[in-house]
Design a protein around this ligand. Sequence first.
Ligand code: C2E
Ligand code: CA
Ligand code: CA
Length: 260
Amino acid sequence: MTFEAQLKSAVQSNDLINHYQPIINTKDKSVCGVELLLRWPTENGMISPGVFIPIAEEIALIIQITEQALIRVLNEFSDFLKSNPQFYISINLSAIHILRSDLTSCLIEIINPFDISPRQFRLEITESILMDDKDRALEQLNSLKKAGFRLFLDDFGTGFSSLTYLSQFPIDVIKIDQSFVRDIGSNKVNESIIKTILTLAKNLEIYCVAEGVETREQIHFLTKQGCTNFQGYYFDKPMSYPDLIESGRIQKLIDEIRKT
Ligand code: C2E
Ligand code: CA
Ligand code: CA
């Protein structure tokens, strides 16, 4: 109860903050975008989204939280997005948010005044959304696509991972879950699953981003299997806009990738 009240109060005062983790394309040698990952700073330290997002979903605060986060993205990144038209911001959407009927128009209404194209946004969804209410999900995803957003299927491989979903839903990119990436070098079954996901993506003419990449060995394995998009501590942890952009960290990262 106290936790819920504190979360409500934090949202009311717009106290949550945005961190961003770079997504790297080693083929183009570029930072192609960032994933928005929320943080809740409190007097007892930073609270992880893994803890407060499920509660925010339960008490129906998630929509307000996501919209506030999107406004912070636009305030922080709009100049950067305008001068880097290929660069994208990837945003996690909760299932209950996806099923909201006015989702597309609400997102467009927030983005429009900043004069940024929806093409510079990726929306990360999980398979549970597709399973819960298939027809409704399809309608919503088609509407988001029509408005110009691109869709990432997050945590792929951890849920039901139905191949039917991949062919029926307008997914642009699959994110290979970090639980598989972590097992590279120690678990042959999970290595095979990664290979299968990459082959599947190739056949569907979509591409994959490997999440939670921490070691050179993982990069090496994934590159050998044809994956060229990575996100993980090997490159950078999620960080605030000033730490990532204003400090010049992103330029240093680009220079490092060019050298590899
Ligand atoms: P996710 O979408 O799967 O995000 C990836 C998580 O992996 C993030 O945890 C990130 O910090 C962490 N990570 C990135 N690279 C590495 C690595 O190399 N090694 C390891 N061990 N971990 C890595 P984080 O930031 O704690 O977020 C946890 C989850 O909370 C996210 O998982 C996402 O499901 C949810 N979340 C975060 N922000 C939002 C949001 O704005 N909206 C919604 N609906 N969910 C969010
Ligand atoms: Ca995600
Ligand atoms: Ca994920």
